[in-house]
Design a protein around this ligand. Structure first.
Ligand SMILES: Cc1cc2nc3c(=O)[nH]c(=O)nc-3n(C[C@H](O)[C@H](O)[C@H](O)COP(=O)(O)OP(=O)(O)OC[C@H]3O[C@@H](n4cnc5c(N)ncnc54)[C@H](O)[C@@H]3O)c2cc1C
Length: 787
């Protein structure tokens, strides 16, 4: 997807989007190294910034303010983003083992995966305590606890185990947030009790005495109990047992004690210290495997023992980046000596903080403001990245006139996937001149084009043929393989057929053999996984070298003689159902420019890899009379094809069209797929164009989809049950989005309804049609577009 003409010579794989790696990515984005490719593997694509986590829990910062978004950052660094969990290493084969994808090869590996609290040996902690680390996932765990507290109407005993800076700050943040939320929900916050349990005799044992006293005072003032001097030895469902103290009754227990490493490191063969952290020397290189680096909490630097904190993980970023560059250049690596003293700024749950440096302490609202400024400046480095330069863009020919220059510039930003499709108008014009040989056994061919061609081979079932091919739309070849295969199968399912065989056609960028092989293997592994699930045999293919990674399939399927679902089978009165949300075109265009949030991209990928197979069956089981898969021509374009083929009109209920998260933000920012302008030409099919065009949702009608859902017509009396079954089958946003009308005298076949108030029976129906609002009742609120 990130086309570059420099062949890849070395692969640097970064495991974990920790505080050091985000710095490395930014530095290489600012100053790339030709021939070096980064791959970031992370199990969470929005990585929490530890400095702002307490503020987020206290309710001062929102999610995006406190998280680094790895999607734009990876685009900026021209790094591939793999959303996966690493579960092991094959050090001899130089491969990273992931939970849900093929191993990822590397030349240089760097690990920055943080740590977890060392509660493994404490009986009951795994079942009943809420671990603060790993920090990814903590927000979800906290939210679950908050919901329980509100459900208990604010009568809850909250405990934090661990009296270090993390524990104290967390408890104060919890105190502020829960007290406010309980009061806001109309309950009495005096039902909340907070306790801090620490094995040391005092809080914050490594901090100056003045700081300790101030925090002890603050806790007292807020009515928070402290149980000091005894180790928490067991966690039960309703209590924590503390040595020398007996049980402390608690409903929610947060665990923040000393950090421990991830368990899987012990099986890797890397040299580890006594606690299981990766032993690295001052160059941050593993002492046993010089091609492996580690930084942040997971690293144990020989001769140093910096605290396991975000501050030190951040500081390791620049020396790590420097040494990665040096090792690739064959230069001597530089030593990194973590500084002994750091500036500590600890918040109090309120916009008020205390600081300590070199034994001195200070406090005030100004300290909080200082910390807030430092933290926001740090986050801005990642969330406000410099505009990306166009890499390796071909020069515009001198003979190009103004119109040609405009078109060429647009070409540079052309989307992949279905955004790379040739527009419907161009296609119709070009194919209008083609006269295929006439054959009696062609049941569906170019004369009445459908999702796939149908050929009568004389067998019991008809043979269905389709082909799709496009260039990579995501940087991860494994995921791209899945999407490409799923997309190709879409036409088969739209015809109501079952896939039988597939031939692949692939283009891989020029490069050194091992890299080409690895990319091809990843891509085909993804594709084959989808094909296998579809019981579609990959029977052959063709591969060539080219400028960009591309993949396509010619798929054959089978369908019973009278069971083929054609585009044109719509009947007046039928409900129109769409099975997946739309928005992949604009979102992928935004991703290409580093403007899409990672969670939007991951949600779009989830939908693009969701098979239409079960949807097709459900639609058929509910009497579907016509269907098509929504792809390059967008929702309106495909609906136009259907109504044209069926000789009917349709009303489309625009506010009911399910949308992918982030689509409206992306479109509001003026980002669309490069195919959008061509799709917009089909607006002439809209009867109430003037009104529709002024509606905020109007552009979504033209957004081209990759591996989109099915658009089908279903008898209206069965439509609700059909949507219910679709949602239960995993198509969580499936929705009734309109109704088929009898052909009118109007030239324009489609009316776009912009409001959702009017209820009107459909004409020409034997059974009474449900009112539109009845039909729509079950639309999931989360996916209803906001007007
Ligand atoms: C509530 C709270 C408040 C804190 N406050 C502060 C503070 O104010 N100041 C401070 O300095 N420290 C603070 N800390 C400590 C700090 O969060 C950690 O020390 C710091 O996050 C460690 O940074 P890291 O870069 O080593 O790893 P992390 O920040 O933990 O990042 C690890 C990354 O690796 C990914 N990952 C982990 N395992 C895998 C895997 N198997 N496969 C793929 N990806 C993986 C994760 O998704 C994540 O992206 C706080 C911690 C908590 C929980």
């Amino acid at each position: 997807m990130q086309a570059t003409q420099t062949p890849v010579l070395k692969d640097i794989v970064l495991v974990g989007a920790g505080h050091s790696h985000v710095g490395v990515l930014r530095m290489f984005g600012m100053n790339p190294m030709p021939g070096v490719r980064f791959t970031l593997i992370t199990r969470q694509v929005h990585t929490p910034y530890s400095g702002m986590l307490p503020g987020m829990i206290a309710g001062i910062y929102d999610y995006d303010a406190a998280h680094i978004d790895t999607a734009p950052l990876s685009r900026f660094a021209q790094a591939r983003l793999y959303h996966s969990e690493v579960i092991g290493l094959d050090l001899a084969g130089k491969r990273v083992i992931c939970r849900d994808r093929p191993p990822v090869p590397y030349d240089i590996l760097s690990i920055n995966i943080g740590s977890t609290p060392s509660a493994r040996q404490i009986p009951g902690a795994a079942e009943h305590a809420i671990p603060v680390k790993p920090i990814d996932g903590f927000i979800e765990r906290f939210e679950a606890a908050r919901t329980r507290v509100l459900k208990a109407q604010g009568r809850a005993r909250i405990g934090v185990v661990g009296g270090g800076a993390g524990g104290v700050e967390l408890l104060l943040s919890l105190h502020r947030r829960l007290t406010r939320d309980v009061a806001a929900a109309g309950f009495d916050p005096s039902g909340l009790f907070f306790t801090l349990i620490t094995s040391s005799d005092e809080l914050l044992p490594t901090f100056p005495p003045r700081m300790r006293q101030r925090f002890a005072q603050l806790l007292r003032e807020r009515g928070i109990s402290v149980v000091a001097g005894g180790k928490a030895s067991e966690v039960r469902a309703d209590a924590v047992l503390v040595e020398g103290n007996g049980p402390i009754a608690l409903d929610e227990v947060f665990w923040t004690t000393r950090a421990a490493p991830a368990g899987w490191l012990a099986q890797t063969g890397l040299a580890l210290d006594d606690e299981g952290f990766i032993r690295v020397n001052e160059t941050l290189q593993s002492v046993s495997h010089p091609e492996v680096f580690a930084a942040g909490d997971v690293a144990a630097i020989e001769g140093h023992a910096p605290p396991k904190s975000g501050v030190y993980a951040v500081r390791s970023g620049p020396p790590l980046a420097g040494n990665l560059r040096r090792i690739l250049n064959g230069h001597r690596l530089a030593a990194y000596k973590p500084q002994r003293e750091a500036l500590y700024l600890i918040t109090t749950g309120e916009p008020y903080a205390l600081g300590a440096r070199n034994g001195f302490t200070f406090e005030g609202a100004w300290v909080w403001k200082l910390k807030d400024r430092i933290d926001r400046r740090f986050m801005a480095k990642f969330n406000e990245l410099p505009e990306m330069a166009e890499h390796d863009q071909a020069p515009v020919p001198a003979i190009a006139d103004q119109a040609a220059v405009k078109e060429i510039s647009a070409m540079a930003m052309r989307c992949g996937g279905c955004g790379a499709k040739v527009g419907a108008t161009i296609l119709t014009r070009a194919l209008g001149t083609v006269e295929p040989a006439a054959r009696d056994d062609v049941v569906v061919g170019l004369d009445a084009p459908d999702d796939a061609a149908i050929v009568d081979t004389g067998a019991n079932r008809l043979s269905v043929h389709t082909v799709d091919y496009f260039r990579a739309i995501v940087d991860d070849p494994y995921v791209f393989g899945k999407i490409a295969a799923n997309h190709a199968l879409g036409d088969i399912y739209a015809m109501g057929a079952e896939p039988q065989t597939a031939l692949a056609i692939a283009t891989v960028p020029y490069g050194i053999e091992a890299k080409v092989e690895a990319d091809l293997a990843q891509m085909m592994a993804g594709a084959n996984q989808i094909l296998r699930e579809a019981k579609c045999a990959l029977v052959g293919g063709h591969t060539s070298e080219g400028a960009e990674l591309s993949l396509g399939f010619a798929v054959n399927g089978l369908v019973d003689r009278d069971a083929a679902l054609r585009k044109g089978g719509l009947r007046p009165g039928d409900a129109l159902i769409v099975t997946k949300p739309v928005g992949t075109g604009a979102l992928l265009a935004a991703h290409m420019r580093g403007k899409a949030r990672a969670r939007w991209v991951m949600q779009a990928i989830e939908h693009m890899t969701l098979s239409n197979r079960a949807a097709a069956r459900i639609l058929q089981a509910h009497g579907a009379s016509a269907s098509t898969d929504v792809t390059g021509f967008g929702l309106l374009g495909h609906l136009v094809e259907m109504v044209k083929a069926g000789g009917v009109d349709a009303t489309l209920w625009l506010p009911r069209v399910p949308l992918l998260d982030g689509l409206m933000e992306t479109m509001a920012a003026g980002i669309f797929s490069s195919l959008q302008p061509q799709n917009v030409r089909l607006r002439r099919a809209i009867r109430n164009l003037e009104a529709a065009a002024s509606h905020a949702l109007y552009p979504v009608l033209f957004d081209p989809q990759t591996a989109g859902g099915l658009l089908a017509s279903v008898p209206s009396e069965r439509a609700q049950a059909c949507v219910k079954a679709l949602r239960a089958g995993g198509y969580t946003t499936a929705a009734i989005i309109g109704i088929v009308e009898p052909r009118s005298a109007s030239l324009e076949a489609i009316t776009v309804e912009l409001e959702r108030t009017e209820c009107r029976p459909a004409p020409a129906l034997s059974a009474p049609i449900e009112t539109r609002d009845q039909m729509l009742e079950e639309m999931p609120r989360a996916h209803q577009p906001v007007l």
